[in-house]
Design a binder for this molecule. Sequence first.
Ligand code: CTP
Length: 424
Amino acid sequence: MIKVITYGTYDLLHYGHIRLLERAKALGDYLIVGITSDDYDKTRGKINNQQSLIERIAAVKASGIADEIIVEEYEGQKIDDIRRYDVDIFTVGSDWEGRFDYLNEYCKVIYLPRTEGVSSSDIRAEKRKLVIGTIGEGNLCRKFVREMHYVNGVEYKECDESFEDVDAVYIAAHPKKHYEDVKRALEAGKHAICESPIALSSAQCQNLMRLAREKGLILADAIKTAYSTAYSRLLVIAKSGCIGEIVSVDSVCTSLEDGAGEKDADLSRKQNSICAWGPTAMLPIFQLLGTNYKFKSIVTKIIDKNLNYDAFTKIDFVFEKAVASAKIAKAAKAEGELVITGTKGYIYVPAPWWKTDYFEVRFENAAENKRYFYQLDGEGIRYEIVAFAKAVESGKQSMYIEETISSAIIGVIETFNKGEFDEI
Ligand code: CTP
């Protein structure tokens, strides 16, 4: 019996795939089809699949051509599979010509001519594109637009404050302006994705969320960390109980980049530390411990009283069964790490934890420690855009940052803005 194996993503199964599978099958007696897992695709830079692994498997299965379907999960797996299944022929389309010649050592390699004029990317792109405009600060907007190029199904268009000709808008202005900007966008019937905080009071935040709901629009909080794979994995690992009960979450976010601490710095157009870093630093605290803290205290070092500009701020929370702290600064520097303390062990995320691709689960017995690596492209912004576009398409708010979390973060910033803190 001649065994043939082929691999692919098979997103939105099309005529080109079917022809490839039929010809692959005709090369032998038994066809194994390897379908890439969502995680493996992410590591290959394919972040845009429209269908989940289960849906893609179901489609290939329904074609009736494959005798066996397996999942491709890691780099180098092809060699393992060829040996394990005793494969005689490896085949893929000619778009991969030469790339798998190294497999000749294990079996025969055949490249089949690719069917012209059809691809999953084209089908994804044919769907109506989500046109996104930007308003606000140049640097952040430029980064966002650059990252949009990596996402199928979205397109950038310049827009002014009337938001004409766009379906959605990315907002990265001064936090003082966010509420008005988001409100205007929603009132104009546009979906919005706004840098955090999206407003400066809980009441304003709830207004915006209500408005979005009433209008059937998506309003997303743009904390890029929330969308990175390593961060979302560490949340579920922490919640799975492997470090026991969580008793403390301590996060540190600092940056000195815009000279806020210098004597004659013009701070009027800059974000203070709590707005710039508070949302990111508080995110894991509320996502892991919930938002029902019993008590909080804020200690801060203010540089400019009129502007309420803090050089350094430390926020401490007491929950029923845990404590947490967020240390943030734009005019002080510390190790930007995240530590989640549990009764059996802890999770350590090295600096800068908010854009990490790596973390460790550590125990008393270091031999039990585990290390986790994940791909991170575009600091998470790329994944944030994918999640936003998916939310718009499905009409469901994305689950990455729940409304209660955005609202709790803004509640703390509101307390700070009211001057309810101790000064050092
Ligand atoms: N294939 C083909 N002809 C096409 C498209 C794909 O023969 N028009 C083959 C590929 O060469 C590969 C298999 O089908 O062997 C699965 O390809 P996959 O990457 O899943 O499909 P694409 O349509 O190329 O996807 P994308 O546009 O996302 O790259």
